[in-house]
Design a protein around this ligand. Structure first.
Ligand SMILES: *[C@@H]1O[C@H](CO)[C@@H](O)[C@H](O)[C@H]1NC(C)=O
Ligand SMILES: CC(=O)N[C@H]1CO[C@H](CO)[C@@H](O)[C@@H]1O
Ligand SMILES: [Ca+2]
Ligand SMILES: [Ca+2]
Length: 576
């Protein structure tokens, strides 16, 4: 009888943790240009990534998604693709790519590629042929004659639409004698998703890379996929200006992007890509191929990326709502409110998982935005909330932004600004070389030059040092990832999260497993908290992990009624 009961327990426990590979996983964003340079030219590459896959496995990540690695003139660091089927030469060859996949399989890390569907480079063959009016390609992009200004008699762009990187979104092409649309840089013409041949072409790109053994895509800039259709007179409607806050008429923020963003057709496209991923899996008996979607859009739209009730969409619609709303001034109540906001709104069911993200290559680094003191606290939050977590490379070490002078600035978004304000726009500070060790150039390269300067603090902040130190950001991070594999941490239901003054407190628990309690003090002053007042069974706890500057040590046993949450410190404890 006793044996039978334990057998049943074992079976139910196995069922519960028998999640698909991506569920409750931790995704690591690699910015390949800055991760590891294998050949000394100062630019990160695929062989560099291959070398470091074991590191990802050791830390405990599930999957790595690589920012674009395809052939590109690098006007927007790889987001301008001139051949979707080739690897960018600075990053390596197709053979290097295949080696990387092979190694990733050996090590046990899934690889996810960046899919950039909205635009190509103007150096892409498709665009060149479109310029030349080649019948197959002539409608691959969005072309327009422009309009004649009634007062001046001069030709001008078809509409007032602006590029996300400033100035008109329309560029005149002398050969074709028409304007083309570019929602990003001039060198990034928008594809025409109203042309079924384009839709099919891009699906073939996806199938090609899936067949190479990757486990899915992270899809770039989704809200920009579709624009409004031409009106009855063959014109595109102007977008209305904002009523306040952005007086500069050349700046993207000057307009309300009602005709160029979040068009309803976008969701259908995402759902079609989901169908593609599912049918690939079914037909080829492969692992689940997942989609992660990038969309800075309304909360309501983010939910639609999951699906519409009938059709499914993204597996991981990046939770930028959280990233946008939680900042250095956030109070415990704000954090709780934003966690609940997502959990309550997202679709329910076994295939839907929440996700938490606080950084990527387009934003200032987490430790710079919130302060290094709070880096552990935030990592603890991200790694102990239910669902998927996304980590931008370097956040596990609490890397910070690096000031890059105007002369050294290379990000087009900053170069289009001016010497006085470029730093507000620049994404370079969060893209500096990864800090591996204390050797020259942080062990990023054996060469003497690096494409962006290495942070000055690399001698004291690097992987090797943090691996050797008994208590470091990286050690804390590793403990958190190990913890995520516990059954209690995989149950995504019934999170009861509360704010008690400056402290956020919640528990992760599932039947017949350990109960973990997470206590995060977002304030600066210490606060005593009686854990048993919130979780009555919890009388005594043991510290699993806690911020570097904590008043407690890992393994310390504490009376739960007298817990002291130090300011800016996060702690995970287990009930004993
Ligand atoms: C199955 O894989 C092959 C290549 O390995 C690919 O060409 C085919 O499109 C896949 N099936 C589906 C339905 O995507
Ligand atoms: C986070 C992210 O990937 N942002 C990208 C969105 O798309 C534009 C254009 O492709 C890129 O410049 C951004 O880096
Ligand atoms: Ca290199
Ligand atoms: Ca578009």
């Amino acid at each position: 009888m006793k044996l039978l009961i334990s057998l049943v327990l074992v079976i139910t426990a196995t069922l519960r943790v028998n999640a698909d590979w991506w569920q409750s996983g931790n995704f690591y964003q690699i910015y390949p240009r800055s991760f590891r340079d294998s050949d000394g030219d100062g630019i990160g590459d695929l062989n560099g990534v291959t070398e470091k896959l074991q590191y990802l496995k050791d830390v405990g990540f599930t999957a790595a998604w690589l920012s674009p690695i395809f052939k590109s003139p690098m006007a927007d660091f790889g987001y301008d693709i001139s051949d979707f089927y080739k690897i960018h030469p600075e990053y390596g060859t197709l053979e290097d790519f295949e080696n990387m996949i092979k190694k990733a399989k050996e090590v046990g890390i899934k690889i996810i590629l960046d899919f950039v569907p909205n635009h190509t480079s103007d150096e892409n063959e498709w665009f060149k042929k479109s310029v030349d009016g080649d019948p197959k390609y002539k409608d691959y992009y969005i072309w327009h004659n422009g309009v004649i200004d009634p007062t001046t008699g001069q030709r001008k762009p078809p509409s007032n639409w602006l590029s996300a990187f400033r100035y008109s979104a329309w560029e005149w092409n002398d050969v074709r004698q028409q304007y083309y649309l570019h929602q990003f840089a001039i060198k990034q013409p928008d594809l025409n998703y109203r042309n079924p041949a384009v839709v099919e072409e891009m699906k073939n790109v996806m199938r090609f890379w899936l067949a190479k053994g990757i486990s899915g895509f992270r899809i770039d800039a989704c809200p920009f996929l579709f624009e409004v259709e031409l009106d009855r007179n063959g014109l595109y409607a102007d977008e209305p200006p904002v009523t306040s806050g952005c007086p500069d008429p050349d700046d993207y923020c000057h307009l309300q992007h009602i005709y160029t963003n979040d068009r309803p057709e976008t969701f259908d496209m995402i759902y079609q890509w989901r169908e593609l991923a599912e049918s690939f899996k079914k037909e080829n008996g492969s692992d689940t191929k997942i989609l992660l979607t990038e969309a800075y859009t309304s909360f309501e739209n983010m939910m639609k990326f999951y699906g519409d009730g009938t059709r499914k969409g993204s597996y991981v619609p990046f939770n930028f709502d959280f990233m946008g709303n939680v900042n250095k001034d956030s109070k415990a109540v704000d954090v709780v409110q934003n966690v609940n906001k997502w959990l309550n709104a997202m679709p329910k069911g076994k295939d839907f998982y929440p996700n938490w993200v606080l950084g990527n290559h387009d934003n200032k680094r987490l430790a710079s935005r919130f302060g290094v003191e709070r880096a552990d606290l935030l990592n603890i939050l991200l790694q102990t909330l239910p669902g998927n977590a996304v980590t931008y490379n370097g956040e596990e070490l609490a890397m910070t932004d690096v000031f890059i002078s105007w002369d050294q600035t290379v990000d087009p978004q900053a170069c289009n600004a001016n010497p006085n304000n470029f730093n507000d726009y620049s994404r370079d500070p969060a893209r500096t070389p990864f800090q591996w060790d204390a050797s020259p150039n942080a062990g990023f390269t054996e060469g003497s030059e690096t494409w962006l300067p290495v942070a000055q603090d690399y001698k004291t902040k690097n992987v090797l040092m943090q691996e050797r130190a008994p208590h470091s950001h990286l050690q804390i991070f590793k403990k958190l990832i190990r913890l995520r594999k516990e059954p209690s941490m995989q149950d995504i239901n019934n999170l009861s999260i509360k704010a008690v003054d400056n402290v956020v407190i919640y528990s992760r628990y599932t039947q017949n497993s350990d109960r973990y309690v997470i206590i995060l003090n977002f304030g600066k002053t210490d606060q005593s908290i009686d854990i048993s007042a919130h979780f009555p069974t919890v009388r005594r706890v043991e510290v699993i992990t806690t911020s570097i500057q904590s008043n407690y040590n890992d393994g310390e046993v504490i009376d739960a009624t007298k817990f002291v949450a130090k300011g800016q410190v996060g702690t995970v404890v287990v009930q004993i």
